[in-house]
Design a protein around this ligand. Structure first.
Ligand code: C2O
Length: 649
């Protein structure tokens, strides 16, 4: 025993040094021989190995020491000398890496892949043949360099949803906003740094409906040695919700835009790509979460569905929300989480202290308020307890599957209550930097509308019209070149105009009986903001065609949700109740069905920033617009020129 404790300091040094060596070797190996870019996914044994290897040796500090203890060897001394020498070689770079962050390289090949769901095989767009796509894991402060190679017949782009893209707008990704699409056979390197963010985000295609299958998680861990502001989970598990059509989604949306009617609804929702036992021939296609009794789990939930907000619940378990849209929040205990497309929500799940003789459904189904029919099915994943002892003759296959109660499909009161509960930590370490003064105020109506039917055609919208959607009655027309290029090279003429309306062109009772004039205007209009403008924006749902909750997403910024309510926003009364102390800080917020939401953001990021409803069908119909934020005076306040491989239109 004594001998052991004498050896401890040396052993520790040895362990630390061997860790550094391994780290360095991975680093070198990584550059000489980049691993398959699916290395962080949990789908193949190979990638599993990579994932654990990297997560243990590069990402998870706690594991390091645990692992280290098993590496002890009595022949340490000779090696120690060697290691000490190596350390000199290692230290400068590590010291530097700590401040500058690591650069992480990924290669994303966009390829077709046959996938079978609901008894039908179809060829879908994937990254590296994986569905859902590979997981990106990085730390706050890291640089990501992602080479995307387009090997399919569709032109595409990828977007890193929720990443602030500070002065890296060229890497943001929405097609015809910040870049032209990557054409078949071409590639583009997305290069950006994660600054001041940690938590869960996701990446997805950002053109037409290609994001139906092109999506995957982004996990941003805190900087090294920085703990979470909540208990350290035993394990972290991304849970990405998707929406599945048996038919080709590109055909569905193009046919809908042609006819003017609503697109066909989906056939299923999925959890990590799997629909689960409530659907035909999908009993085995269920996501399984295996937990150990008494342990704490961090579920990184992402709603990557195209058109549906989702209620999520796990039978007989309480969840604690600790982060939304990669911002920590005051912990909220709840049985049900509401998550709109474009939102991410980290929840803690505490496993019961004894393994129960049951399994538990992780269930998700829509929260839907619109006038149209929607997919009202429920996707189910299975929470299973691993028996405490290896003896498990009665495999829990026969255990009953308990199902949670979910709010009713149109439970708008639940939605409002849940949304209001989300509050920033607002601590010294994690302050809520809500802009106090406001430079410019905007009032935008968001909602549906109609376009006239072209001559010699019959249309499937109400009264032979085409369904549309708008912001302040402007239905956004996608340009043929990227707005950011047009702006940067001062060639906006014929591409966009800067007269986006600050207020609705027509005042009416937005949430009452809609006016007769339902037709939208069309145009490619933007708002121009000088650098560091402090913006207050009220978004008001309209009841034209039907009131509906719209998850509005802003690129390039987080905003603070300072107020929300039902009915029409009252500029004389409502601001008195604004929360400027600890409002939620997010990138996507649901404009309440038949209500309004007020947000504030500081326009400190030069570039062109898309804002749109994250219900893809509404984006297709024109519920989108863009903000142009001008350069500031200082060099560090200007958008650098585009990378040389920026795709051409
Ligand atoms: Cu999830 Cu415009 O993006």
């Amino acid at each position: 025993m004594d001998q052991k404790s004498d050896l401890l300091p040396i052993a520790k040094l040895y362990v630390n040094l061997s860790h550094l060596i391994i780290n360095k070797l991975i680093f070198v190996f990584y550059y000489i021989n980049p691993p398959p870019s699916h290395f962080l996914s949990n789908q193949s044994p190979v990638s599993h190995f990579y994932y654990h290897f990297l997560s243990i040796y590069r990402l998870s500090d706690r594991n390091k020491t645990e692992m280290g203890a098993t590496l002890l060897s009595p022949s340490a001394f000779v090696k120690l000398l060697f290691l000490a020498l190596c350390a000199i070689w290692i230290f400068p770079e590590l010291a530097q890496a700590k401040h500058a962050g690591t650069t992480r390289h990924y290669k994303f090949n966009i390829v077709m892949q046959n996938v079978t769901r609901l008894c039908q095989t179809k060829s879908i767009l994937t990254v590296n043949g994986q569905f859902p796509g590979p997981r990106i894991v990085a730390r706050e402060g890291d640089r990501l360099v992602i080479k995307v190679v387009n090997k399919v017949k569709y032109n595409t782009t990828l977007h890193w949803h929720g990443i602030r893209q500070l002065r890296s707008g060229w890497a943001d990704g929405p097609a015809y906003i910040t870049q032209c699409p990557i054409q078949t056979g071409q590639s583009y390197v997305y290069n950006f740094t994660i600054t001041g963010q940690r938590g869960t985000l996701f990446w997805h295609a950002h053109i037409s409906w290609l994001r139906a299958t092109l999506y995957g998680p982004i996990v941003i861990l805190p900087k090294e040695h920085v703990p979470y502001p909540f208990p350290q989970p035993f394990k972290e598990v991304p849970i990405i919700f998707g929406e599945w059509w048996k038919a080709d989604t590109e055909k569905i949306i193009s046919q809908a835009l042609q006819s003017g009617g609503p697109p066909n609804i989906s056939d299923a929702f999925t959890i990590n790509g799997l629909p689960g036992p409530s659907y035909n021939c999908s009993a085995k296609d269920a996501f399984k979460l295996k937990v150990k009794p008494g342990k704490l789990y961090l579920l990184r939930m992402i709603n990557a569905a195209l058109n549906d907000e989702l209620f999520v619940s796990i039978a007989n378990h309480t969840l604690t929300v600790v982060e939304t849209d990669a911002v920590y929040v005051k912990p909220i205990k709840t049985n049900v989480v509401l998550i709109t497309p474009g939102q991410t929500t980290n929840v803690l799940l505490k496993a019961k202290s004894k393994a129960p003789t049951a399994t538990f459904a992780i269930a998700a189904r829509p929260y839907a308020t619109g006038p149209a029919t929607f997919d009202n099915t429920t996707t189910i994943g299975i929470l299973e307890y691993e028996p405490p002892s290896p003896v498990s003759k009665n495999k829990n296959k026969k255990f009953p599957l308990l199902k949670p109660a979910l709010p009713k499909l149109n439970d708008t009161n639940f939605a409002m209550k849940f949304s209001k509960k989300i509050r920033s930590l607002a601590t010294a370490k994690f302050p809520a930097n809500v802009p106090e003064k406001v430079d410019r105020r905007f009032f935008f109506t968001v909602g549906l509308g109609l376009n006239p039917c072209p001559k010699n055609q019959t249309c499937q919208g109400p009264n032979n019209t085409k369904l549309a959607a708008s912001v302040n009655n402007v239905s956004f027309v996608q340009p043929n070149v990227a707005l950011l290029q047009a702006h940067f090279f001062k060639k906006s003429k014929g591409v966009y105009t800067t007269d986006f309306p600050v207020n609705p062109p027509l005042k009416f009772n937005y949430t009452g009986t809609p006016p007769k004039k339902l037709m939208v205007n069309s145009g490619t209009k933007v708002v121009v903001l000088p650098f560091k403008t402090s913006v207050e924006l009220v978004m008001q749902d309209t009841s034209i065609i039907g009131a509906e909750s719209h998850p509005l997403h802003l690129h390039g910024f987080n905003f603070f949700v300072i107020g929300q309510g039902f009915g029409n926003f009252n500029p004389n009364k409502d601001p008195a109740n604004f929360n400027l102390v600890d409002p939620a800080e997010r990138n996507t917020v649901g404009v309440p069905s038949g209500g309004w939401v007020a947000i504030r953001f500081l326009a400190d990021n030069p570039g062109v920033w898309f804002m749109h409803c994250h219900l893809e069908v509404h984006t297709s119909w024109g519920l989108k617009m863009a903000w142009i934020v001008m350069d500031g005076k200082r060099p560090k306040q200007k958008l650098p020129p585009p990378p040389s491989d920026l795709p051409k239109c």
